[in-house]
Design a binder for this molecule. Sequence first.
Ligand SMILES: NC(=O)c1ccc[n+]([C@@H]2O[C@H](COP(=O)([O-])OP(=O)(O)OC[C@H]3O[C@@H](n4cnc5c(N)ncnc54)[C@H](OP(=O)(O)O)[C@@H]3O)[C@@H](O)[C@H]2O)c1
Length: 307
Amino acid sequence: MKAVRLDDYNTAPVIRDIATPEIGPEDVLVRVGAAALNPLDIKLQSGVLQGYFPLEFRYTVGSDLAGMIEEVGANVSGWHKGDKVIARLDPVAGGALAGFACVPANYLVKVPEDMPLEVAAGIPTAAGTAWQALFELGGLGVGQTVLIHAGAGGVGSFAIQFARASGARVIATASGDGIAIAQTLGADQVIDYRHADFAEMLSDIDLVIDTIGGETQQKSFGVLRSGGRLLSLVAPPDEALAHAHNVNAQFVFHMSDGDRLARVVSAMTENNVRVLIDRTVPLDQFADAFARQSSGRARGKIIATVV
Ligand SMILES: NC(=O)c1ccc[n+]([C@@H]2O[C@H](COP(=O)([O-])OP(=O)(O)OC[C@H]3O[C@@H](n4cnc5c(N)ncnc54)[C@H](OP(=O)(O)O)[C@@H]3O)[C@@H](O)[C@H]2O)c1
């Protein structure tokens, strides 16, 4: 099968012919239809995260996939050959950008009815992280106000839609055509971060989802109400700043979890949450997909189709 492989940290990914993975008794073999990239894949490639995610080389890139079950492990029940599934693999294992992937059965979720695989592949990491931050850690509820940075990005595009559906007031940051995108996704207010300073415009926010880090994170402490919460996907928040502003602050660490992914997918179906797709490329154009993900400018998800 074809697979997008890394030979080492900080090397360009290359496409190679490798053996189809063997599955264990608790796994299924999925014929991959499409896989999505995430900023994590770029960080894994660069080696900056090797303390948290030590890779074994050669490594097949990618955690998010959608496809069809080809073979079911001996101890797996409830899944059958031909089922259309999505999953988030463990990032250290990787394996999504390939013809076939070995997937632990407890990570599998059915693809929503009528959703193409190249759309479904965009769900797992970005939607799962948005959900975890907003509701599991953020406790967002009706009538609260959330500030979502990078509203037109992979996580932000899901976060706007989930937050809006929950009855919260949604403020997002974006720039260029990302502003109209964030509005269309349901943001009540979109701040053009290149031309305006959100920190001067906002106050009394209940929850900030920090997808940027650095100065954006530091300034975000000042817009929260006393007792509010900042959740960063990028860097552990500064505890001294949190204390000084009398707010809670926490790093979000998204782990693969089939139960959460199932809740996310059913919430998407109930609330008509869509997958914003930046571009879809065939697997052999993975270099373009990597370049676009590395740019930090994506509007939603970058998808590679495998068959
Ligand atoms: N901790 C975890 O478990 C976890 C899980 C998922 C993601 N993450 C991290 O969360 C971050 C976001 O992920 P993602 O998938 O949403 O990334 P992404 O899709 O690459 O985000 C791209 C978007 O960011 C916007 N952007 C860039 N700089 C901005 C700024 N200063 N203010 C507002 N928007 C800005 C861009 O808009 P413009 O082009 O208009 O600038 C673009 O639309 C990444 O660092 C990722 O690694 C962490």
